[in-house]
Design a protein around this ligand. Structure first.
Ligand code: AHR
Length: 495
């Protein structure tokens, strides 16, 4: 089959905010304990952080990491996790039915984030708690001085503030599963009043309002409209969350990013409708702060209140890597409104990085499309004219056989093309026409491919890993490349 992508230097979508390559560490299962923190591990540093995990996280080049939840945050008392570790209480953790030891908390996470060169996206508890604890946590993290919480942080060994810029006003407050779920009216009021006192404590912070936890939740749309009507003037972003599962039809599954695009366009429209209604000059942008594939592991809660139970440890296969690649391209192509996004999550829990307790750390199939996207998807996203056949699925009438994004890195004079060939039977001959860029030469073509859509990686085996593809070195304004059937590709050009 054939396809063509035409780009012109003058026609762009926008600049990528690097924070779209964020991720997420929640206190669930083994994400923290035996994931990023394991004091007895052979690679542990003086803080108990696993160095083997730090190395793999750094290769992903993750600029921001959300913490401490997720559903966990809606029952969390952050004060339990600071100060003398010997005095920190164990708590019954009601989001995931496990025991939280609190041996790792706010200060440890901020220290860990620094080690992996990331910013922190901190969530506050608007479930069991509210505005008071939220503003206290902002003071604890960001204020220098001798007031109660600023002093508490300094007494706990951190004289300098952590400087957390991005704050989430709770998590998935629209979901009946949430600890202290709220209606849109209830949440809109609490979010507004929390936002006010948090920004009064530190006016430099940015706030993310909870949007819907999925496009198909029955309150979608009304929720965004109501909460934005309450809090529009006091927040900066609204969140979106989405996870896709596989119902056994690969063509349908790898086409799901089309639905993600629909979700983004819908939320953008509602933000702009509220803007118009309010006669506002301010634009609310989007934070897609939970996205991934999630369906393999059905163990979603601990049993018997175990500490760090092995739950939600999805082992990803090759087709999951294709969809994750397509979802990341969808985020890139919406960079005019998506300013932050978090692959949920980062370690052990529905994650690109897995660990063995006391043993190895290894990369899942989905690690690679994310790694290349994050490292090379920096710059200006180009508008494209894409000519390609499409197919129909159970959920979408039009799924193009190609999913792609084209990014111009002006500083390096490089064009990076990400592309998935969704055709399960045929290779694709793709013509790339770089109008007005002049002659370009190919500098790299990396592919992810496997015959077996269900193949996985493991601690001792890497079945899905980047493959270098041979390319033509000729300089030209038009290039033709072959995208193997059901493959993910990154092709870089120098101009
Ligand atoms: O990422 C796992 C969970 O999914 C999060 O805790 C929650 O916000 C979402 O439902």
């Amino acid at each position: 089959m054939k396809a063509k992508i035409t780009v012109n230097k003058s026609y762009t979508v926008g600049e990528i905010d690097k924070r779209i390559y964020g991720s997420f560490i929640e206190h669930i299962g083994r994400a923290v304990y035996t994931g990023i923190y394991e004091p007895d591990h052979p690679t542990a540093d003086e803080n108990g952080f696993r160095q083997d995990v730090i190395d793999l996280v750094k290769k992903l080049n993750v600029p921001i990491v959300r913490y401490p939840g997720g559903n966990f945050v809606s029952g969390y008392d952050w004060e339990d996790g600071v100060g003398d570790k010997a005095k920190r209480p164990k708590r019954m953790e009601l989001a995931w039915f496990s025991t939280e030891t609190n041996q790792f908390g706010t200060d440890e996470f901020c220290d860990w984030a620094k080690k992996v060169d990331s910013e922190v996206m901190m969530a506050v508890n608007l479930g069991t708690r509210g505005a008071d604890d939220a503003r206290n946590l902002v003071e604890y993290c960001n204020v220098k001085g001798d007031t109660k919480y600023a002093k508490m942080r300094a007494d706990n060994g951190h004289t300098e503030p952590h400087g957390v810029k991005v704050w989430c006003l709770g998590n998935e407050m629209d979901g009946p599963w949430q600890i202290c779920h709220k209606t849109a009216e209830e949440y809109g009021r609490v979010a507004l009043e929390s936002a006010k006192v948090m920004k009064w404590t530190d006016s430099s912070i940015e706030l993310v309002l909870c949007g819907s936890s999925g496009y198909n939740i029955s309150t979608f749309g009304d929720w965004e409209w109501t909460v934005l009507n309450h809090a529009y003037d006091n927040v900066d972003y609204i969140s979106l969350h989405t996870y896709y599962g596989n119902e056994g039809d690969t063509a349908d599954f790898i086409g799901r990013s089309v639905l993600m695009n629909k979700f983004i366009k819908g939320v953008t429209a509602i933000c702009d409708a509220v803007k118009a209604k309010k006669h506002s000059n301010k634009t609310i942008n989007l934070s897609f702060d939970e996205w991934n594939v999630w369906y393999h592991d059905s163990h979603r809660r601990g049993i018997n209140w175990e500490e760090a139970p092995a739950i939600m440890e999805d082992i990803y296969d090759f087709q999951d890597a294709l969809l994750v690649g397509c979802m990341l391209m969808t985020l890139q192509n919406n960079c005019d409104r998506i300013k932050m996004a978090c692959l949920a999550q980062l370690v052990n829990i529905i994650a690109p990085i897995m660990t063995e307790k006391g043993g190895k750390a290894w990369c899942q199939t989905i690690y690679y499309p994310f790694m290349y996207g994050s490292n090379y998807g920096r710059g200006t996203v180009m508008q494209t004219i894409t000519e390609c056949d499409s197919y129909k699925t159970k959920y979408a009438d039009v799924v193009p056989y190609i999913e792609s994004s084209v990014i111009n890195n002006e500083e390096k004079r490089e064009i990076c093309v990400f592309a998935v060939n969704r055709n399960l039977e045929e290779d694709m001959e793709l013509t790339l026409s770089f109008e007005s860029f002049g002659e370009c030469e190919t500098i790299e073509h990396v592919m992810l491919y496997h015959d077996d859509m269900c193949i996985t990686n493991g601690a001792d085996v890497e079945n899905v890993a980047p493959i270098n593809v041979e390319f033509d070195k000729a300089k030209s304004a038009e290039h033709t490349v072959v995208l193997k059937k059901h493959s993910w590709n990154m092709i870089r050009f120098k101009y």
